[in-house]
Write a new protein. Sequence first.
Length: 203
Amino acid sequence: METPTKSPVMLYTEQTPNPESLKFVTNKMLYKGTADFRTADLAEEWSPLAKALFEFNYVKGVYICNNFVTITKEFNYSWDDLMLKLKEFIKAYVEEDKEILKEGFAEAMQKIEEETQVEYQYTGEEAELVKKIKELIDTYVKPAVEMDGGNIEFKSFNKGIVTVVLQGSCSGCPSSTVTLKAGIEGMLKRMVPEVTEVVSEMG
């Protein structure tokens, strides 16, 4: 019986606006959704791939989304020394079809999010505004942020202030503050005059 030939795993890297983060893009879907690992403990619990990456002492954060992995390194290392090693490691890992994320991850994260999120009850006009803000972020901001190896989520709207959560390469990135202030805040203020400011929290 012939074994089906696997399509070869292609992998390339892309710069992100954060000099400490690099995006490793594959031609395979790794995870439909977003998975952000800031600590080795969370990685150990939920992602064999992230756990393996954290074993490299220069890896500080792992973010998995769709077909890419964004790795954030410790700042005293250079990508010139690390990029090839990480590229080979991820390529081999994906080729061997090893487990990327454990079952139940999305549900567990949602539960944590619900527990930590202050439940804002939006009513009437405010509920309409929040819906509009979320749609604008999802349509215009999210795809651009994803291209840069990160993620943005709406968290809350309170007295004109929109709070968003940044993940992946965007967290701790010097240019994300600029993007946030110039791009996102500018757009939301234009489209939703009730918005006075956009602030971010690290995911």
